[in-house]
Design a protein around this ligand. Structure first.
Ligand code: NAD
Length: 339
């Protein structure tokens, strides 16, 4: 019989890149994709999966709905969870933090607590047949707070979240950690840097730059544009998750990052330069003329950078794309999408 894995948030950016990759690679898995289809989820992101695929089921629902989650565990005999579902946009967490606490904190708690009860007999013991069932929690490097000009986040860096988004993710990481230490549950957590690539919601930085450029609108850049992020092509993140899900040590956390630190000015400049060649503006103008600096985001972290040594040395992960190759693929995808 095929093993059923519950994927949450599979209609969002990273989940919708992960699900087709995982479905294709592991023919022995049945994937159950649970997604609430908030503004950030879109089934069109999964249109490459054939209708009535025999190993794929989509369920519209909320990770906070305990009755539904219990039903899913019983109906599909869930043997693993890969948990992407979250409210994920920092700006939205500033204007409306409540949904972040609800989904990211309460939702993660509900999910892992149902998994514990389903997989374990008594509070501290696994049922024999569920010993290898794993709960993989997907998290962010934003839980570590901000860096100065030097240094990198390692798995030992103390948590210091600065936005309601990162605080809610930090809380969910701690809940997952506690289920390992208290109940001996087989959990792993991955903390990844900023992703980019196909299917990202239009509100995020790189899709915004491309979209505004192509519609000749001002391209907004926060503050002085000097904030630095460590950019990772989304499929490299998916491959890292795959490795950790299958080979990571239980109870451990793994940082995932591509060693591609770039500031926002570099990103916008690079995208405009590539677009100037791929889709030139009339009159020899450059898309760079559309760049507009706007008031900075409150509590805007200055710099994030990941040390992925643990994942690289223990599990042999390496990013296939650097920023220069990944951004070309990304722009080509959006040019096709917006055509
Ligand atoms: P996203 O916002 O694009 O997608 C989130 C998905 O979760 C959507 O499909 C949405 O409908 C679903 N969802 C939201 N609330 C839900 C709920 N209550 N119940 C069920 N489904 C719900 O996010 P993303 O960028 O794909 O991020 C996925 C995960 O990866 C998140 O946990 C995020 O914190 C983490 N992460 C993201 C990045 C990044 O750069 N995007 C980096 C590191 C970690």
């Amino acid at each position: 019989m095929k093993s059923s894995i519950l994927i949450t948030g599979g209609a969002g950016f990273i989940g919708a890149n992960f699900v087709p990759y995982f479905l294709e690679k592991y023919k022995e898995y049945q994937l159950i994709n649970l997604d609430k289809l908030t503004y950030a989820g879109d089934l069109a992101n999964l249109s490459e999966i054939e209708e009535n695929h025999s190993r794929y089921t989509f369920i519209e629902g909320d990770i906070c709905d305990r009755v539904l989650i219990e039903e899913l565990f019983n109906k599909y005999d869930i043997k693993g969870v890969i948990h992407f579902a979250a409210e994920s946009h920092v700006d939205n967490s500033i204007t409306g933090p409540e949904a972040f606490i609800q989904t990211n904190v309460n939702g993660t708690f509900t999910l892992i607590d149902v998994a514990r009860k389903y997989w374990m007999n008594a509070p501290f013991e696994y049922k024999e047949e569920y010993k290898n069932c794993r709960f993989h929690h997907i998290s962010t490097d934003e839980v570590y707070g901000t860096l100065g000009d030097t240094g990198l986040f390692t798995e030992e860096t103390p948590y210091a979240p600065n936005s309601p988004y990162s605080a809610s993710k930090a809380s969910s990481d701690m809940i997952v950690r506690s289920y390992f230490h208290t109940y001996g549950m087989n959990v792993v957590t991955t903390n990844c840097s900023n992703n980019y690539g196909p299917k990202q919601h239009k509100e995020k930085l790189i899709p915004t730059i491309i979209r505004k450029a192509l519609t000749s609108e001002p391209i907004p850049i926060y503050g002085d544009g000097k904030n630095i992020r460590d950019w990772l092509y989304v499929l490299d993140h998916c491959k890292g998750i795959d490795l950790v899900y299958h080979k990571g040590k239980e109870g451990e956390t793994y940082n995932i990052g591509g060693r591609n630190e770039r500031d926002n000015l570099y990103i916008v400049d690079k995208i405009c330069t590539l677009l100037d060649v791929k889709q030139p503006l009339k009159g020899g103008k450059s898309y760079k003329e559309l760049i507009t600096f706007v008031k900075d985001r409150p509590g805007h972290d200055q710099r994030y950078a990941i040390d992925a040594t643990k994942l690289e040395t223990e599990l042999g992960w390496k990013a296939d794309e650097d920023f220069e190759s990944g951004i070309v693929k990304t722009i080509d995808w959006y040019l096709e999408e917006y055509r």
